[in-house]
Design a protein around this ligand. Structure first.
Ligand SMILES: N[C@@H](CCC(=O)N[C@@H](CS)C(=O)NCC(=O)O)C(=O)O
Length: 206
């Protein structure tokens, strides 16, 4: 039985980010099924994922990933060099602060998990559309978000961008972004991304 337990479910984007980090570093872990309404004391904020390692319980994906990066050997998720590490923080934080804030409610509405007025759904879509050129420009200037190597920043973008093909209007936005497509092709070839495929085929709400 693995020492590291990730409490969450595979379709959850933040759960996937943490799992991606485990795979990138070669950390053995066990996924323990938990939804936000069942996470209980592991996260008093009622969000997934949480992680347990012996008597340590952590929530917040960035805290979990940083802990794993410090404690376990394997490729660094945050570069050692200060500027590169800051770029990684910058992109990871910007994704959580902007893209996730539009994409998660949009997925929720389109996958039929959340009821939302149509104009609100449309606003989330326009926000996603407006944000994609930022990633397109960045991934035209560097191979990965924080430079020439995969970092934690990329692990935040993968779960979001890899749902785009499931939703026709997002698929079109993604396909109109050739640098993002190139990045996604490279990321999609990684064993971490293959191993964490949520195998989730949503039924789209109207
Ligand atoms: N800041 C948290 C965000 C986690 C998060 O929002 N997880 C989603 C699932 S992908 C969730 O639990 N949503 C339930 C809710 O917001 O009520 C992290 O980085 O771990």
């Amino acid at each position: 039985m693995a020492d590291i337990k990730i409490h969450g479910v595979p379709p959850s984007t933040f759960t996937r980010t943490v799992r991606l980090g485990c795979h990138e570093k070669g950390i053995d872990y066990e996924i323990v099924a938990a939804r936000p309404d069942g996470i209980g004391a592991l996260n008093p904020f009622g969000k997934i994922p949480a992680m347990t390692h012996g008597d340590l319980t952590l929530f917040e994906s960035s805290a979990i990933l940083r802990y794993l990066d410090r404690v376990f050997p394997g490729p660094k998720l945050w570069p050692e060099e200060a500027r590169q590490a800051a770029l990684c923080d910058q992109w990871a934080s910007a994704i959580c602060d902007s893209l996730v804030g539009a994409a998660l409610p949009y997925f929720g509405a389109r996958f039929g998990f959340r009821q939302m007025p149509a104009d609100q759904v449309a606003r989330h879509l326009e926000r996603i559309r407006a944000l994609m050129p930022i990633f397109e420009q960045r991934l035209g200037a560097s191979r990965y978000l924080a430079g020439e190597n995969v970092t934690a920043a990329d692990l935040y973008l993968v779960p979001i961008f890899f749902y785009f093909p499931e939703v026709p209007e997002l698929k079109a936005i993604g396909e109109a972004s050739p640098n993002c497509v190139r990045w996604a092709r490279e990321m999609g070839g990684r064993s971490s991304v293959k191993a964490t495929d949520p195998q989730f085929k949503p039924h789209l709400a109207a």
